[in-house]
Design a protein around this ligand. Structure first.
Ligand code: KG4
Ligand code: ZN
Length: 352
């Protein structure tokens, strides 16, 4: 397909590269919608002994894994690098060393093939994942983005057009899951384990605080909840309680705050559709509670397939397609970004 000026479409066949945390991922996406391949090399086994991601180790694994993952993504899609029309790479937020591995690989590929390249916000990638798994949510929609590094509410007005309405002021929801699991020695990553254990527990048996639930803002805080679990554990040393109940009680506290603030944001902005994104969107209780709350309020809801919730590069290619078509380009001098400023957008780079 060519555009009106008969120029080639840079979004026709986009190679996406993601390395912001502990997944080395590459994908080929056609036209921003059709996933031709999505390859993810997980480092979970490498970090599990430490109960969390070790940044230095993550960078080294990306160095080993990322180039073969790109090769595999191209092979799986049945395309050669010569056929790729543009490259999209996660520029941030994330672990700087890890991001730099992906960013430099993407720049090298773009430079050697003279391909257009864009830097993508990891958060925008998670939002773009919503348009890959079947029916995309209708704009505007209210997205709850919950992952190991982020907890934000976004009003999404169009592809790549989002406004951050609220965010965590300390720990992310996924981080709280991981830390509580680590405290009890349940394994890593903690979210999946707590999700599983909570299914066998009573969410009302152990009541934990709902941080900032009634503070009148759309911000979150989960570090106090984690401290409440630490205190609960200390105060109940030697007493008999079920760990499944603790998991269910903790999960319920997180889910209640997330769901109620999401509904408040939707009501405040008069938005009729909700969507869930990020790794914690895989949580079964959160999915059920949000779907139930949406139904009660007469709101639509989009719950993405599980493989699109956690980190992948198809979401980066999808988000990047839009920016490539809009003519944005990443200068080869561009740096990785560890954190986004409040508002959730990548800082504009220098003109290329
Ligand atoms: O989006 P993601 O893959 O990486 C980041 O960008 O952070 O999210 C990973 C996070 C981890 O904290 C993990 O514990 C959490 O998502 N997670 C879950 C579940 N599956 C993954 N949290 C709760 N319940 C789950 N089923
Ligand atoms: Zn993520």
């Amino acid at each position: 397909m060519a555009n009106a000026a008969n120029k080639p479409d840079p979004g026709r066949l986009v190679l996406g590269i993601e390395s912001s945390c502990d997944e080395s991922a590459a994908a080929v996406v056609a036209g921003g919608r059709r996933v031709l391949s999505s390859v993810v090399a997980s480092q979970v086994k490498d970090h599990a002994p430490f109960g969390g991601v070790v940044p230095e180790l993550a960078s080294r694994r990306h160095l080993e894994n990322l180039a073969p993952v790109v090769t595999a993504a191209l092979a799986e899609a049945g395309v050669s690098l010569e056929q790729i029309t543009g490259i999209a790479v996660t520029q941030g937020p994330g672990l700087i060393g890890a991001l730099l591995v992906g960013l430099n690989l993407a720049k090298a590929l773009a430079w050697s093939r003279e391909l257009p390249i864009v830097g993508v916000s990891h958060l925008e990638g998670h939002l773009a994942a919503l348009s890959l798994g079947g029916e995309p949510p209708p704009h505007p929609f209210l997205a709850l983005l919950v992952s190991g590094g982020h907890t934000s509410l976004f009003l999404v007005n169009g592809p790549g057009v989002q406004e951050e309405l609220g965010a965590t002021v300390d720990d992310a929801a996924g981080e709280a899951f991981d830390k509580v699991a680590k405290l009890y020695g349940l394994g890593y990553p903690g979210g999946v384990v707590i999700d599983r254990m909570a299914a066998g527990g009573d969410p009302a048996a152990i009541r934990l605080p709902r941080p900032r639930l009634h503070d009148g803002t759309l911000d979150f805080s989960f570090s106090g909840l984690k401290s409440a679990v630490v205190r609960f554990r200390e105060q109940n040393q030697g007493r008999d309680y079920r760990i499944e109940d603790l998991c269910a009680g903790f999960q319920e506290a997180v889910v209640e705050v997330l769901v109620k603030k999401t509904l408040a944001a939707a009501a405040g902005r008069g938005v009729g559709h909700l969507a869930l994104a990020g790794g914690v969107a895989a949580n079964r209780r959160l999915r059920a509670a949000l779907a139930e709350a949406a139904a009660q309020q007469g709101l639509g809801v989009t719950l993405p397939p599980l493989e699109l919730c956690t980190d992948n590069a198809a979401m980066i290619a999808a988000a990047g397609c839009h920016h490539l078509r809009a003519g944005r380009r990443l200068p080869l001098s561009a740096d990785a970004v560890s954190r986004l400023p409040r508002g959730g957008a990548l800082p504009p780079g220098p003109p290329s």
